[in-house]
Write a protein that binds this ligand. Structure first.
Ligand SMILES: *Cc1c(COP(=O)(O)O)cnc(C)c1O
Length: 412
């Protein structure tokens, strides 16, 4: 606040000063853009100089309901007024029970464990896989993951992340992980042996460059898992919560996982994730096997519970599908207009990507969009721009994005 209150500091100077101060104190694992955000409303965010930006990144697919949603604000304020933000998991609390009831019902899973992040949800899912097979006398089961995948940065989640440059500096990681080729069923089959215990995949790869799984692939891995008693883990941390036009991406093809991870848009910005399981997998871990001090506290669960209400009542997945069609058309137009820059357009609903030709500096496009057009975009992989706006955007916002991005690309 001191920078906003400082009347001498105006406009870009406030952004500059926060950048300068931040660089001195933050552990440098990020290259941040020279913009400091301060407040937001709907699908627009304002920087420290009060400049207005159109948001097509949603805080990396998090703020599905945009900013300043009244129902969420009321839920947060009510919980604050009750004075109880945290209880620990040694007791029950109503928001957590409600959020759990809603999330299990809407996902068709039996049990849920709330975490503080997506990464922790993945950790829990991996522990279920090990525990499930341990219970049957198979210790240290192997896990098949996918090349190009992203599951998080902790040692466990990193172990199943299919990107060498993320993994190598931190090896040795958790052992027993093998990588198959996404959407290539025979590459999965080739890795299954008597020690295999689970297959983990994103139903739609986000960080890896915006690649949806094919129906054939999902059905095929489900069949392999059924035949070999393997747990099928779907990581829907990014693609779930309405983004593909379905509450969960697997619901489009009705290929149900045994274990499901959720996070990002579940809390619309408050840190909450979850792993869910069904059938025998839902009973695999025993009291004492897993825990979290904060996980599922009444504050974050009050928000998640309200998020789930809004998703249901306003049919947010249906809206994402409808506006997704408009986005599709708009990005097709951009692709056609700039054939010398854009090589591919992928995705569905409100998770779409434009892949640029090798050599095109996608980082420059993203930076120019931000600084010159006040359009927030994020990249995925090195040559793809990922479009993951708040799910509540309307046609007018898509057209505004198209205009701004076109202006940037015309100057490339
Ligand atoms: C973002 C993401 C994660 C990690 O979630 P965090 O909340 O950053 O820990 C895991 N899996 C997928 C698919 C993601 O997109």
């Amino acid at each position: 606040m001191k920078y906003m209150d400082d009347t001498i500091v105006k406009g870009n100077l406030a952004n500059e000063r926060l950048k300068g101060e931040g660089e001195k104190v933050f552990y440098k694992t990020y290259n941040r853009f020279p913009v400091a955000f301060d407040h937001a409303k709907g699908v627009y965010i304002y920087d420290a100089g009060d400049k207005k930006y159109l948001d097509f990144g949603a805080g990396i697919s998090v703020c599905g309901l945009g900013y300043g949603n009244e129902l969420l604000n009321t839920a947060m304020k009510n919980q604050i007024d009750k004075g109880l933000l945290h209880t620990s998991n040694l007791f029950y609390n109503e928001p957590a029970v409600e959020a759990a009831e809603k999330l299990t019902a809407m996902s068709g899973m039996d049990k849920v464990f709330f975490t503080n992040s997506g990464t922790e949800a993945v950790e829990g899912a991996l522990k279920i896989a090990r525990r499930y097979h341990y219970n049957k006398g198979k210790k240290g089961c192997e896990i098949i993951a996918m090349q190009g995948s992203f599951h998080g940065r902790s040692m466990g989640a990193l172990s199943v992340t299919g990107k060498d440059h993320y993994r190598e500096p931190f090896e040795p990681l958790v052992g027993g992980v093998k990588f198959a080729v996404y959407n290539d069923l025979s590459s999965v089959e080739a890795l299954v042996n008597e020690n295999t215990g689970a297959i983990i995949l994103e139903t739609f790869q986000g960080e890896g460059g915006i690649y949806p799984a094919t129906e054939e692939f999902l059905k095929g891995v489900r069949k392999i898992c059924d035949e070999h008693d393997l747990l099928l883990i779907f990581d829907e941390i990014q693609c779930g919560m309405g983004r593909t036009g379905y509450l969960f991406a697997w619901q489009e093809y009705d290929v149900k996982p045994d274990v499901l991870t959720v996070a990002k848009a579940l809390g619309n910005g408050v840190p909450i994730g979850a792993f869910l399981a069904r059938g025998e997998a839902a009973e695999a871990m025993k009291p004492g096997d897993h825990g979290s001090t904060y996980g599922g506290n009444p504050f974050v669960c009050a928000v998640a519970s309200a998020v789930l209400d809004v998703f249901k009542e306003a049919d947010i997945p249906g809206h994402a599908k409808a506006v997704g069609d408009i986005l599709w058309k708009s990005l097709e137009e951009i692709k056609e207009k700039f054939p010398e820059l854009v090589v591919d357009h992928r995705g569905k609903g409100l998770i779409q990507g434009l892949e640029f030709k090798e050599g095109v500096k996608v980082g420059d496009i993203v930076k120019k969009a931000l600084l010159e057009q006040q359009l927030i975009l994020i990249s995925a992989e090195h040559n793809t721009i990922r479009f993951v706006p708040p799910l509540v955007i309307e046609k007018e916002h898509v057209l505004e994005m198209q205009e701004k991005l076109t202006a940037v690309l015309e100057k490339m």
